[in-house]
Structures are given as structure tokens and as C-alpha cells.
Design a binder for this molecule. Structure first.
Ligand SMILES: Cc1cc2nc3c(=O)[nH]c(=O)nc-3n(C[C@H](O)[C@H](O)[C@H](O)COP(=O)(O)OP(=O)(O)OC[C@H]3O[C@@H](n4cnc5c(N)ncnc54)[C@H](O)[C@@H]3O)c2cc1C
Ligand code: SF4
Length: 526
């Protein structure tokens, strides 16, 4: 029996999302016929970008419908084993990657709550200078003062606070120790959690109910304000007449199998696409909507990231502590952010070098390891999102530019300095063409001196944006800075696709603040 068939048979779709924080959410087993739905506002996608709009507009008295392709997951349904967790929650079972001058894995969720369900809950505001940069690049007139109240509203609603010391655990504090010794500024990450126990399980879903992902925060609030939430509904086409969307169509899809059962049609007055920067362009391209804009699916941007593993002499029990509790914004202006990382054992084990007894040796030091990572803004690297002829998974291309590879190499070298300064006895660099284990600071100088190619690295990128970017002029982007399409009067986009370029930091809080503003603009438009 294959792994997939085990997954399909051991959990009935009916068991998804009954009661608890998901009370009122419609699930797959609720649908026994084709659906026809009328509403004021249709929001497609329940991740950070969509859920905020749904709640705010429902509270403003609009008749809101929120559609989500994935199912809800309750805390009791999260699987600690990475393979199963990824099959359950991630698009393409976690195997999605961009193609180009190298493969870059990128994880995107398919669940109520979108990426917020499986992310590390880091909430970082795009720095003030980012708005000036976006203004220079696309003419949008956002600034720190305009955005501040939107950030504040989201932060307050989500209990965003710095990670307290008592849940940092030794792994996060080792990073602080290394930064302190080198005079590199660092700080506890701010996160949307309440009652975090520092279990380091954010990636497979918070079994402690501490993470305020949108499925347990904004979505229930939207329902309380009267929104209707339908999961297992995949939006596939927007039907337009002149400058207006008149209908959105799609199918009911069974969780795990993607089997289509019934069809649906929604007749909204306003549509907000928030399906994520890799799915919203697919919906538009399949619909031939907005394709007069040359920017739909163009200029996909990523934060490529690399991790280096510090190995210490004594156990630090790295599984204890907030998943990503500490970071450094010291090099942000240069395009680099440094972080502590943690992921499930199976994911980390895949990152360990060697074979046979050498590999076993690394597994034995598992309790002495701490992964630190660098993500880069990659301003020179671009990609595309294109709908495939069949299915709804996108064709993703991305070219990792040599200048950005140089930047990530610089970050890698700084991370190795942090490892040594925090007391590491060796480091595992995870780079092809150099020794698998570096045993001293002198040995690790190779990380500075080598001619690194992107394809020598094990790079991944879970932060993605820009595929339907905002711009002042329709010639330069798909939407205006309020999310409204230049070419369709009642279509808005509210996901990271609208970013003019990189937000420099982790994107969730910025897309939520922008979504808060999109909602206010829709409410004000009457
Ligand atoms: C492992 C991981 C860790 C991360 N950690 C952080 C972090 O700590 N902090 C941070 O700021 N960012 C983090 N990110 C990134 C962050 O989660 C994303 O940037 C964010 O979720 C994007 O929000 P979004 O609303 O644009 O899209 P998404 O979160 O992708 O939401 C889109 C939603 O639309 C649904 N959808 C897609 N297509 C359709 C369709 N056709 N019909 C109906 N529904 C559809 C999807 O299922 C999904 O629920 C992380 C990402 C990953 C994968
Ligand atoms: S570290 Fe553990 S308890 Fe804290 S939010 Fe993440 S999964 Fe939940």
C-alpha cells in the first residue's frame, strides 16, 4: 500500500473541522448538490490576506462569503511526522519547487488559514524605508504613517508580542549569545501567539492552540459577524462583463484526493482574490481576466534562504523553545535577515550529510545541533507564475541572480561567525563542493572565499510575492495601492502577490496590514 493510499484511507473527510474554533465553517460533507451563492463580497482564500478582509467587511455590515479550497484542521489533527503533515496541508504534498537556473522548493498551504496555519508566527512590520522603495519602484503612495494604524489593528487583534525568555529554549539563546559576542544586534521575534509553550512545532501546526493563525482568529470573528465560510471549494474562473466581474465558478474538491464532486457559482457584487501569489495569477490566467495587463504572473519574487547547522559539545535539546524565537535585523538594509530555525526531525535529517555510519554519527549529535538561517531580499532575481493547460498547480520559474547568490554567501559566512561565537565545536554548512563538516573558524573561511553558485546550495523559499503587483499606473502593475484592479472596477487582490517588491522581512504582517487597508477602501467605496 502506498503512503498516499494510507493517508486517503485513514481519515474520513467528514472528520475535518467540526466544532471548536471552526464552528460554523462549512466542510466537504455538507455539500450534496451544486451550489449557487449570492453575496455582497466574495473573498477567495482564507490565509492572512483574505481572512482579514472577510472579518473587517463582515463587521462593516457586508454580506461576506469566504471560499477556501483546503479543509480546516483542528489542533488534534496535526501530525508531528513531517511527511504526513506536508501531505495533509501543503500544495503538491510539499514538493512544489520553482525551476530555472536551479530548483528552489517553496511551500504553500492548502488549508483553512493558509500559510498562517503552518508558519512560525513571526510578525515583523515592513520597515519604514520599504514604502519609499516601493514608491520609487512603482509610484504607489504608501508610507509608514499611512500603514501604522493598519499594523496596529492587526497586531492588537492577534496578540502580537515579543517572544518571552521563558519559551526561548537554548537553541534561540545560542543565536543571541553569538550575536552579542560579535556586536551584531538581535532581538526576540514578535509573534502572533497566546500561551506559547515553546514546543517548536509551528511547522506541523500548533497542537497547543497557542498560534493565532487566521483559522482560529480572523475566520471565527468573520463568522461571528455573519460571514459564510465554505471550505473545500476551489474558485476556478472569474466571469467578466465589460469592466466588472459578474460571477465566480469552481468545484467542490474532496480533501486529500482533490476529487471534484459538485460545481458552484457565486454572484457577488465585489470580488477579492486572496488565493496567494502562486494561485491568484492562475485563476486570472485561466479566466483570461486582466490578461491585458502584462504583469499578471510576472515578476514573482522570493526570499531565498539557506541554513547552516551549529554543533555544540554538550546537549542543548534544540527541540525545546519557540520555533523561531530570535532574529537579527542588523543587515536588513543590505537585504539580509538572520534567524534561528527549527523544523521536524525528518526535515532536519534530510539536511544532514554523509552516508552509512557517517550519517548515523550526525544523527547521534541531533541533540547538540542548532540551525541558523539567512533569508535575502533577492532584488535582482525574478520569476513567473503560469497556469498549466490542465490542473490548477502553477508552472513556476525563477532565476537566482549571481548578485543575490553573492549576498546569500555573505549571510552564510556571517552565520558561521555566529555559530563559532556561540560556542559551536563544528558546523555543517550544507554546501556542495566543500567539506561536509567544518571544524574550526579557519576552516569555515572557505564560505567567504569560495566561488559559490546557486546550484551548490540547498536553498528554499517560503516567502513569495509580486506576481500581481501594485503600481500607480496600469502600465506598471495589476492593482492600485488599495488592491483594486486597474482594469476591473469590482475586483480586488489581497495577497502577497500585490507587493511592489520584497518587504525585507517575513511577509505575513505586511500582507495583513495591507488587507486591513483594502477592506477599509472597499467599505468606503460603498
Ligand atoms: C513553513 C513556512 C513558514 C513561514 N513562516 C512565516 C513567518 O513566521 N512569518 C511570516 O511573516 N511569514 C511566514 N511564512 C510566509 C507566510 O505564511 C505567507 O507569506 C502568507 O501565508 C501569505 O499569505 P497570503 O494570504 O498571501 O496567501 P496564503 O497564506 O497562501 O493563503 C491563500 C489561501 O488561498 C487558498 N486558495 C488558493 N487557491 C484557491 C482557490 N482557487 N480557491 C479557493 N481557495 C484557494 C489557499 O488554500 C490558502 O489558504 C512562512 C511560510 C511557510 C510555508
Ligand atoms: S512554538 Fe509550539 S506552542 Fe508555540 S506557537 Fe509554535 S507550535 Fe505553538
Amino acid at each position: 500500500m502506498t503512503r498516499m493510499s494510507v493517508l486517503r484511507s485513514d481519515r474520513a473527510p467528514e472528520s475535518f473541522g467540526r466544532g471548536g474554533p471552526h464552528e460554523g465553517v462549512r466542510v466537504f460533507s455538507d455539500y450534496d448538490a451544486d451550489l449557487t451563492i449570492h453575496c455582497d463580497v466574495l473573498v477567495v482564500g482564507s490565509g492572512p490576506g483574505g481572512a482579514v478582509v472577510a472579518k473587517e467587511l463582515a463587521e462593516a455590515g457586508r454580506d461576506v462569503v469566504l471560499l477556501e479550497e483546503g479543509p480546516p484542521f483542528g489542533a488534534h489533527q496535526f501530525e508531528l511526522e513531517a511527511g504526513r503533515a506536508m501531505q495533509n496541508v501543503l500544495r503538491e504534498g510539499g514538493t512544489r519547487a520553482t525551476r530555472g537556473n536551479m530548483f528552489i522548493p517553496t511551500m504553500q498551504a492548502n488549508a483553512l488559514g493558509g500559510g498562517s496555519l503552518i508558519n512560525s508566527a513571526i510578525c515583523a512590520r515592513a520597515p519604514d524605508w520599504i514604502w519609499e522603495k516601493w514608491n520609487r519602484e512603482t509610484g504607489v503612495e504608501l508610507d509608514a504613517a499611512t500603514m501604522a494604524p493598519h499594523f496596529e489593528r492587526v497586531e492588537k487583534f492577534l496578540f502580537v508580542e515579543p517572544t518571552p525568555k521563558d519559551v526561548q529554549g537554548p537553541r534561540n539563546l545560542k543565536f543571541k549569545e553569538g550575536c552579542d559576542a560579535l556586536g551584531i544586534s538581535s532581538e526576540p521575534t514578535w509573534r502572533n501567539v497566546k500561551g506559547c509553550r515553546g514546543s517548536g512545532e509551528c511547522f506541523t501546526g500548533c497542537r497547543n492552540g497557542a498560534k493565532k493563525s487566521t483559522d482560529v482568529s480572523y475566520v471565527p470573528a468573520a463568522i461571528r459577524a455573519g460571514a459564510r465560510v465554505y471550505t473545500s471549494l476551489r474558485a476556478e474562473q472569474v466571469v467578466t462583463q465589460g469592466r466588472r466581474v459578474v460571477e465566480v465558478t469552481g468545484h467542490v474538491v474532496e480533501p486529500m484526493t482533490n476529487r471534484e464532486t459538485h460545481g458552484f457559482r457565486v454572484y457577488p457584487k465585489t470580488v477579492v482574490l486572496a488565493a496567494g501569489c502562486m494561485q491568484t495569477p492562475v485563476i486570472l490566467q485561466k479566466s483570461l481576466a486582466l490578461t491585458s495587463s502584462e504583469w499578471v504572473g510576472k515578476r514573482l519574487l522570493l526570499h531565498p534562504g539557506l541554513a547552516v547547522m551549529a554543533v555544540y559539545a554538550d546537549p542543548i535539546d534544540p527541540w525545546e523553545g519557540a520555533t523561531q524565537g530570535y532574529h537579527s535585523l542588523h543587515y536588513l538594509r543590505e537585504g539580509m535577515k538572520l534567524e534561528v530555525l527549527w523544523s521536524p526531525p525528518a526535515v532536519l535529517a534530510a539536511r544532514l550529510p554523509g552516508l552509512g555510519s557517517a550519517y548515523q554519527g550526525h544523527l547521534k549529535t541531533y541533540d547538540r545541533m542548532a540551525p541558523f538561517d539567512v533569508i535575502v531580499a533577492a532584488d535582482h532575481s525574478h520569476g513567473t507564475v503560469s497556469a498549466k493547460r490542465s490542473g490548477y498547480d502553477p508552472d513556476l520559474r525563477f532565476h537566482f541572480h549571481d548578485d543575490d547568490v553573492k549576498l546569500i554567501q555573505r549571510g552564510l559566512a556571517i552565520l558561521s561567525d555566529i555559530c563559532w561565537a556561540s560556542g559551536a565545536v563544528s558546523i555543517l554548512p550544507g554546501i556542495h563542493g566543500i567539506p561536509e563538516v567544518l571544524g574550526s573558524k579557519a576552516e569555515s573561511e572557505v564560505l567567504r572565499t569560495m566561488k559559490l553558485r546557486g546550484s551548490d546550495t540547498i536553498t528554499a523559499a517560503n516567502h513569495a510575492f509580486g506576481s500581481t503587483r501594485m503600481a500607480k499606473r496600469r502600465e506598471d502593475g495589476v492593482v492600485r495601492d488599495d488592491g483594486r484592479a486597474h482594469d476591473l472596477d469590482n475586483l480586488y487582490i489581497s495577497d502577497t502577490g500585490i507587493f511592489a517588491s520584497s518587504p525585507a522581512v517575513n511577509p505575513m504582517l505586511t500582507v495583513m496590514a495591507l488587507a486591513d487597508r483594502v477592506a477599509q477602501k472597499i467599505a468606503a467605496a460603498g
